[in-house]
Design a protein around this ligand. Structure first.
Ligand SMILES: [Zn+2]
Ligand SMILES: [Zn+2]
Length: 415
């Protein structure tokens, strides 16, 4: 059958005959075609001939050939864009193995037809929420009613059930409340910290999922000198600065050091870049299915101490990113009094975004003296400069609570 533009073809290669029979060939959904033929010995050929949009692959197929096929699939012309869901048992090891082999999603065995279709509906999900957008200190009162007053925190939701958090400023508490209200604090995910300055770390002890048994949380960030990232976190929660220690965590929490480089976590590419800021601070670029978002704070573009080629390297790192979230702490006229403080001014950031050909630029991490009114003036300045440059960059203000979809590149209603 020819695949028309309106037909979404799903090929499901399952080794278990009974499981195969349980999946009726008709999905009952117009425009969706679910094929589940018996797998043959030439899996790659079978996949190529079916040319599916979504491939569900049994990891245990033909003595684990499923994993080898997945690796080979990524080198096949015309098949790189197939979204691959691996069927595996629900253990963390099985999930990790599937993602390591290159899977985009994992479906736990045994599964139903409804779960297959639900996975298809969610596998492309790639969206982020601003939980905190201010810098240095939270802001309260009338000056923070419109764009929020919490310090840095970004939540990223990927696929069916993967959750990444960037920074643990006071915005993390708002996310924590959201998780408690929506799902009783259930959270399996990864928390990435840019650097351990207070406004990026001090809400970590208030993240409720840490205290809930059954949660699995990975905490990662850059070490500082000879102090590992774990040591830095333990120091903040050693009982001196906060009464509760990490011993009270009920969740399974793991720690890891991150340095500049390229990583892959749970089917998502994450690139880290050493920023121009006191201490070791990382910026992150996250990519999936050809879309990307970069989270760059705190970062001083005017600081030449970072090296003559710093801007050039950063432009390369950010090239073509769909959405850039960048520290814009100061108006241009304020910057001369803030040199070496580790933050950027509006025009520095707009020029960077223009040079890197980014799509949307979100102004983020503002000086605590700036209320909503100043933020809007900064946006006007940024937009004016982008126009002057003849830039296609769209300038926006990061607004607490806003959710942005990286597939459509549009803002979506918060859930
Ligand atoms: Zn900061
Ligand atoms: Zn900082």
């Amino acid at each position: 059958m020819d695949q028309t533009e309106t037909t979404l073809r799903i090929l499901l290669l399952e080794g278990n005959e009974r499981q195969r029979e349980a999946l009726a060939v008709s999905t009952g959904q117009p425009g969706v075609e679910l094929l589940c033929p018996p797998p043959n010995a030439s899996l790659l050929q079978q996949i190529g001939e079916a040319s599916p949009r979504y491939l569900f692959l049994d990891g245990d197929l033909l003595d684990c050939a499923g994993y080898q096929v997945l690796t080979a699939l990524r080198d096949q012309p015309g098949l790189q864009d197939v979204r691959v869901v691996m069927m595996a048992d629900g253990s963390p090891a099985a999930r990790a193995r599937a993602f390591d082999a290159g899977a985009d999603e994992v479906l736990v065995k045994p599964y139903t037809r409804a779960e297959v279709l639900d996975t298809v509906a969610k596998v492309e999900r790639f969206q982020f929420t601003f939980w905190g957008t201010r810098g240095t200190l939270p802001l309260t009162g009338e000056a923070a009613l419109r764009y929020g007053g919490n310090t840095s925190c970004l939540g990223l939701d990927v696929g069916c059930d993967r959750h990444f958090v960037f920074d643990a400023g006071t915005g993390l508490r708002r996310y924590s409340r959201h998780l408690l209200e929506r799902q009783g604090g259930k959270f399996d995910g990864r928390v990435f910290i840019t650097h351990p300055h207070w406004d990026h770390l001090n809400c970590l002890p208030f993240f409720s999922p840490f205290y809930i048994p059954g949660n699995h949380i990975s905490l990662m960030g850059p070490p500082q000198g000879d102090r590992s990232f774990r040591k830095l976190l333990d120091g903040q929660m050693d009982g001196t600065y906060f009464p509760i220690t990490v011993e009270a965590f009920g969740a399974d929490v793991t720690y890891g050091d991150m340095l500049e480089g390229e990583y892959r976590f749970d089917g998502v590419t994450l690139k880290a870049f050493h920023l121009s800021h006191p201490g070791y601070c990382l910026g992150y670029r996250i990519e999936r299915f050809g879309r990307s978002v970069a989270y760059i704070t705190d970062n001083e573009l005017g600081n030449i101490q970072a090296g003559d080629d710093y801007i050039e390297r950063l432009v390369g790192f950010l090239h073509g990113v769909d959405m850039l979230i960048h520290d814009t702490a100061y108006f241009d006229h304020e910057y001369p009094g803030k040199i070496n403080w580790g933050h950027s001014s509006i025009s520095q950031v707009v020029r960077l975004a223009h040079a890197a050909k980014v799509g949307k630029l979100f102004l983020f991490h503002h000086d605590p003296e700036h209320g909503d009114r100043e933020l809007e003036l900064k946006l006007a300045e940024a937009t004016r400069l982008a126009d002057e440059l003849g830039s296609t960059v769209e300038c926006l203000l990061a607004c607490e609570g806003d959710v942005w979809d990286l597939r459509t590149l549009e803002r979506v209603p918060a859930v």
